[in-house]
Design a protein around this ligand. Structure first.
Ligand code: ATP
Length: 787
């Protein structure tokens, strides 16, 4: 068993489940020592849990019935169609009467819990604040009910109109999906009915959806087709403290949209008054009054309400940005979170995390443990070391609860991520090892303990070289508070910070806005496509670096998305409408010229799930590489991905495909996502009339590589006489990443998906090309200077 580490005062509380309290041994004591005798703790929820709420009569909204009536009115059948973000319509299987009954019961069961949340006390004040102001900032503790409750309060109000339509943004897709599911359960309705979600390549909303949890990126994409966001009456910007690139962009846009919509309503009202006057004079009843309720399409224009929410923002800055919007403070926290700091700095945070997991397991009552770690590598490392101690735990303490380790990181497929949210099996304590994707908004049921290593991997972008590097850095105080806030959501909780209090006090108060540290190519193209002609004048809360803007403009000019004067071209407009990074959007457009759209649509769909597709854990890496040898293509990684998809599609039946995926260390679920993404891209390409998306180059690799160069020409390097590769423009040294099938091989020139900076500058996702191909496909950039 691992030894213990010392946490400073207050000492961990003695609990009914705790064994006799031992003195903490020195933190670095290397030799595993025996665990204290373990008494079985009482089952979850029986010790110290509050008395069950008294039964009382509840007023329950029959939202499902309301929904059905609306669907019938809209001409929909039993199953309501889901309009996906790309205009496609999926059918949602309707619930049967038994499912409806169960959902209603569950909603009733959740109701008293919801009424205990701190925001419930402030409900009237919050609604009044929103009704009286264009924009409000809501500041309330983590877990107080902001994200799940406030949008529901608005839903049942008449702000700013009867039956308001609300969108609540989230910086992360995992949060958007899990919130929509939770709030649907609270409403007793099916996800995608009254409450739904929209994230890239996945949309669960229907005509009856009135509350949508959307990623900030999905809402931005919607703005390209609905410039003033007329589909919504209220936009709730949640987790504003994260300062994600897309939330910052939305804030700038929303200010203008709000003004435009106000003006529209004013003009419309004047028009209405005029025609009413005329009608009265002629003895006719005005249309709206005679027709009763109007359908969604004919709704009267509304002003846009904006609600900005967080637990940890600098409220004054946000208030100033939104023209001194009032700040509503919601007092209180439903459950306490006790913070423990390490008494001494921990030189090895993985070792400290391991010790703390076992320390909690042996001393504290049941409850899942959520451990925050920087990335996948650390998650895999800690999972392995936790598991290595399990046999001795079972041997020495046969009565002890099991430990179940579940990872949670962005590259993990959604179905695997979902496992972290499932309840723990009986007599089992779950240990969720997560990156900062679990930091905000999410409630992982059953989590009572948080272990925070104080670090996160952040993307840093170097304008000028185009290098993205993932750097492990200390988190901010705001992030630390958010992490602690993941405990204590259902009961009181504990947060163990693997750093000292002095270290905490020295952390930055807030995280640096993403807009100041990532590539701006997407942002600039989007601003221009949305009608923002001068990007330097856009209303950013924290303007990005001028050099980064210039670099993005030059890249977009190189892609022909902008003309030489920086004006968006028709091609640029098409690119902005593709749900892809501008570079890959350009590759897709180029594929129609090269005669290989079929292959490129497949390839960009594969690249979208690339990280989840090939299962590469440290323990299975060799076996996986051996199994996948048969897909290797002489030109490298891109054609190999296509080979994998082709082989998969030749198989019949789900079972056969599943087994094949298992044998080849390929994620079946990720493959399903690839096929979904492909379908959506095909629809989008057809809608944009880019050409025949079925045109194919057959087995030929050259057209595919040419199309790749059409967008990725800035991601190319030439082999030098000494065997090294140098970037075509910057002449910087670039090495082929060991994960590439071209690693150790000689290619005259290479094209790659990304550069990452670790011990060297590595190219990942690499294919071999000829210098002449670069010359002919990207002449404007390189001219004859290729050497
Ligand atoms: N999926 C879920 N399962 C169980 N309980 C949940 C779930 N989602 C929310 N809750 C309960 O609702 C409470 C409020 O959650 P909510 O996300 O609305 O809080 P919040 O104030 O937005 O928190 P944060 O600032 O951390 O996002 C949680 O503390 C928890 O008790």
């Amino acid at each position: 068993m691992p030894s213990r580490i010392k946490f400073g005062s207050p000492e961990p509380a003695e609990t009914p489940a705790a064994p006799p309290k031992p003195a903490f041994p020195a933190p670095a004591a290397a030799s595993p020592h025996k665990l204290d005798s373990l008494k079985r703790p009482p089952p979850n929820g029986t010790a110290g849990s509050p008395a069950p709420p008294k039964k009382r009569k509840l007023v329950v909204f029959d939202e499902e019935a309301e929904q059905e009536a609306k669907e019938r009115a809209n001409g929909a059948g039993e199953a309501s169609p889901q309009v996906n973000g790309n205009g496609g319509v999926k059918r949602r299987a309707a619930w049967g009467p038994e499912q409806k009954r169960k959902a209603k019961e569950e909603a009733q069961r959740l109701r008293p819990e919801r009424e205990k949340l701190p925001v419930f006390q402030g409900k009237d004040a919050i609604l009044k604040g929103i009704a009286d102001n264009d924009t409000v900032i809501v500041l309330a503790e983590t877990g107080s009910g902001k994200t799940t409750q406030i949008p529901q309060y608005i839903l049942r109000s008449e702000i700013p109109c009867a039956g308001p339509r609300i969108v609540c943004t989230q910086p992360r897709r995992v949060a958007a999906i899990s919130l929509a599911q939770r709030v649907s359960a609270e409403c007793g309705t099916q996800t995608g009915g009254l409450v739904g979600y929209t994230v890239r390549f996945d949309n669960k909303t229907s005509r009856t959806t009135r509350l949508t949890y959307a990623t900030d990126g999905a809402l931005l994409a919607e703005m390209l087709g609905d410039r003033d966001l007329e589909a919504y009456d209220v936009v709730v910007l949640d987790e504003a403290h994260e300062r994600s690139l897309r939330t910052d962009m939305l804030m700038g846009f929303l200010k203008d949209i709000q003004k435009r919509r106000k003006e529209k309503v004013r003009a419309w009202k004047a028009e209405q008054a005029k025609s009413k006057g005329k009608a009265k004079a002629n003895g006719v009843v005005a249309n709206g009054e005679a027709d009763g309720k109007k359908s969604a399409e004919e709704r009267d224009p509304t002003e846009l309400k904006i609600v900005v929410m967080s637990a940890t923002i600098d409220a004054k800055r946000f208030s100033d940005f939104f023209d001194r919007a009032p700040v509503l403070y919601v007092a209180g926290r439903q459950h306490k979170v006790k913070i423990h700091y390490a008494e001494e700095p921990q030189p090895d945070f993985l070792d400290a995390a391991l010790k703390t997991v076992y320390q909690i397991h042996m001393r504290y009552p049941p409850g899942s443990i959520l451990v925050f770690l920087p990335g996948q590598e650390e998650i895999e490392g800690l999972a392995a070391s936790i598991k290595s101690f399990l046999p001795s735990l079972q041997k020495e303490y046969p009565d002890a609860e099991e430990l179940l380790v579940t990872p949670l990181y962005a590259k993990l497929h959604a179905a695997e991520q979902a496992k972290a949210f499932l309840p723990s099996p009986p007599r089992t304590r779950k240990v969720i090892l997560a990156t900062n994707i679990a930091e905000t908004s999410v409630t992982i049921p059953g989590v009572k303990y948080v272990i925070d290593c104080g670090l996160a991997k952040e993307k840093r972008y170097h304008a000028g070289t185009g290098i993205d590097s993932l750097v492990t850095e200390s988190i901010s105080q705001s992030s630390a508070k958010q992490r602690a806030g993941r405990a204590g959501r259902e009961t009181d909780g504990f947060c163990f910070r693997l750093y000292t209090e002095a270290t905490y006090n020295g952390l930055e108060k807030r995280s640096q806005p993403e807009i100041q540290r990532v590539s701006l190519t997407f942002a600039i193209l989007h601003l221009l496509a949305s009608g923002q002609d001068d990007v330097f004048k856009f209303s950013f809360m924290d303007p990005p670096d001028v050099e980064s803007i210039k670099f993005a403009l030059l890249t977009l000019i190189g892609l022909n998305a902008l003309d030489k004067r920086g004006k968006i071209t028709p091609l640029g407009r098409q690119m902005a409408q593709l749900p892809l990074d501008p570079v890959y959007a350009r590759v897709l457009v180029a594929s129609f010229v090269e005669g290989c759209p079929r292959e490129i649509i497949d390839l960009v769909s594969l690249l979208g799930s690339k990280d989840q597709l090939l299962i590469n854990t440290s323990s299975t890496r060799d076996a996986a590489n051996a199994a996948r040898q048969k897909f290797v293509h002489r030109t490298g990684d891109h054609m190999m991905l296509l080979n994998i998809l082709r082989a998969y599609e030749e198989l019949d039946g789900k079972d056969e495909r599943k087994q094949w995926c298992k044998d080849n260390f390929i994620s079946f679920k990720a493959m399903s996502s690839v096929l979904d993404a492909r379908k959506q891209l095909l629809e989008r390409a057809q809608r944009l009339k880019l050409g025949d998306p079925d045109a194919s180059a057959g087995d030929e690799a050259e057209p595919v590589l040419n199309a790749l160069i059409g967008g990725l020409f800035a991601n190319t390097a030439l082999r030098q006489e000494d065997g090294s590769y140098r970037h075509t423009m910057t002449k910087q040294l670039v090495a082929i990443h060991p994960s590439s099938t071209l690693h150790g091989k000689k290619a005259p020139a290479i094209i790659y998906d990304e550069l990452v900076l670790t011990t060297k500058t590595y190219a990942r996702g690499v294919s071999s090309i000829e210098p002449s191909q670069i010359r002919s496909k990207a002449p404007s950039l390189f001219g004859s200077s290729l050497k």
